[in-house]
Design a protein around this ligand. Sequence first.
Ligand code: PHE
Length: 508
Amino acid sequence: MFATMGALGLAPSAEAATKTPFQPPQPSDFRLRGRAAAKVLVLGGGVAGLTVAYELGKAGYDCTVLEARDRVGGRNLTMRGGDRLEEIGGAAQRARFSDGQYMNMGPARIAQWMTTMDYCRELGVPLEVFANSNAEALIYNESSGMTAPVKWRTAKADVYGYISELLAKATDQGALDRRLTETDKERLLSFLSSFGAIGPKSSGYAYTGTDRRGYRVDPGAGDQAGTVLGPPPSLSEVLASGVGRSFSFELGYSQAMLMFQPVGGMDAIPRALAKAVGPGRIKTGAEVTKITNLAEGVEVHYVKNGKTHLAKADYAVAALPPNILAKIPHNLGAGVQAALEYPTVVSAGKLGIEYTRRWWELEENIYGGITNTDLDTSVIWYPSYGYGTERGVLLAYYNSGRDAQTYDPLTHAQRLERALQAGAKIHGPKFRRDIAASLSIAWRRQPHLEGAWVSWPARGAEYRLLNRPQGNVYFCGDWLSYEIAWQHGAFESARKVVTELHQRVLKS
Ligand code: PHE
C-alpha cells in the first residue's frame, strides 16, 4: 500500500530524504560496551569547533576548546556599539553603532534547507526573515552604459517581456516546429502570454510594458488610477544594460527566498553553542602553536597570556582554517602540509553604515533586500530588521575575490570614501548624508583567520586526505564540505567528524 501511495505521489519518496540523519553520541552508547568517553581537544572555537564540543559533550566527552581570538564564533562575528575590531597591519576600529544596531560581519543569511536551521531550533535561537531579494531594490550596471539604476521589478518586466515576445514569435512562425507539437506550441504561447505579459497574436506578441514595471504615480482612491512607468526601453537597450545577469542569483539552491537570520545578530548561534558547551570548557585568547600526534593521544601546545601551555588528550579536532593550520608546526607529515597549503584563500569585505534615518525606506520604498551593481562594491544590503524605525545599518558593500582585494589594503576612511562614491551613483547625494557611524572588515586581514573562505582548485587527493583522521588528529570546518562559506558546511563537517570519532571510540 505504501509503495502504491508512493507511485501515486502520496507518500514521501526517497527524493524527500535530502539529508543523512545525524545521531548525536549519547551516554547510553557507552553503557554496554565498557568504554569511556574520550578526552578531546578542539582547536578553534568557530561554528565547526563549537559544534564538535557541543555534540561530543552530549555523550559526556571531556572537550576543551582552544580559541585564539578573544571571543568565540570565528567568522560568525556580529559587531555592536563599543566593540573593537582589529586588523593585521592596519588600525583597529571601534564600532560606534547606537543601541540596538548591529552588523553581521560574516555569515548573514540562512537557507531553509540548511542544518543551521536545525541548530537554531535546538538551541532556541529566534529567527526572522532575511530579505535576500526585493522587487523594489535596484540594479545598476555602469560598465553597460546604464546612466541610472532600475528597480528589479522593472528589469524583470522588460527582460521577461521581450524574451517572451521573441519566443512567441519564433514559436508562431514555426521556427520550433521540430521541437514542439501543435499542443506544445499552444501551451507555450499561453505560458508566454502570462509570463511576459505580452500582447496577442494580432500585435505580433509585442511587449509594450505593463504595470509590472512599476508606477510613476502610484494608484490611489477615486479617479487616481496611477501612472504606469513607461514606455519601456527597446529590446536592444534592455539586452545592452545586462540587467538580466542578476536574475539567476535568486534561483540558486542556497540563495533562494525565504531566507532567515537570527533576531538581533548572527552571533546568537555561537553564543548559544558556547553556553551549551559550558564556558568552563572554552579557553579564549589561546593560540595553538604546535600539534603533535602520538601513538596514544595528542599533545597540543598553545600560548595564552604570553605563557606556553601543554594540553594532552586522546584526540584533537583541528577546526581552524587550512591556511592557519598550515602555519602551525605539526608532525603529521609533508602530505598533510601540502594538502593544507593547497586550497586558495579568498578575500571578502563588508562595510556597514548606520544612518540616522532610513532614507531607503522613506524615499525609495526599499524594505530590506539587495541592490546589485557591477561597481566594485558589488551589492548594497538594506537591513532586514527594524523596518519603519529611525536608524538602521545598511551594508554599503559586500564584495569578494578581486573586488575585495582592492579594498583589503585600504584604511577604513578610504574604504568608506569609495563606498560612498559608489553608493551615490545609485542613490544620489543622500547616500552621504545622515551618517552616524561606519565599520568595515577585510577578512584577509583578520587575526587568526586571514581569509573569508577557501576554494579548492579541485576536490582531489588533498580534500580526501584531510577529510580522514591523521592519527589521532581530525580536521573539521566548512572548507571540508561541499558548502564552503556557509555555516551549514561547518555544522555538517562537525557532525561527520563527531560521528567518525565516536564510532572509533566505541570500537577502541
Ligand atoms: N555564504 C556567503 C554568502 O551567502 C558566501 C557565498 C556566496 C557562498 C555565494 C557561496 C555563494 O554571501
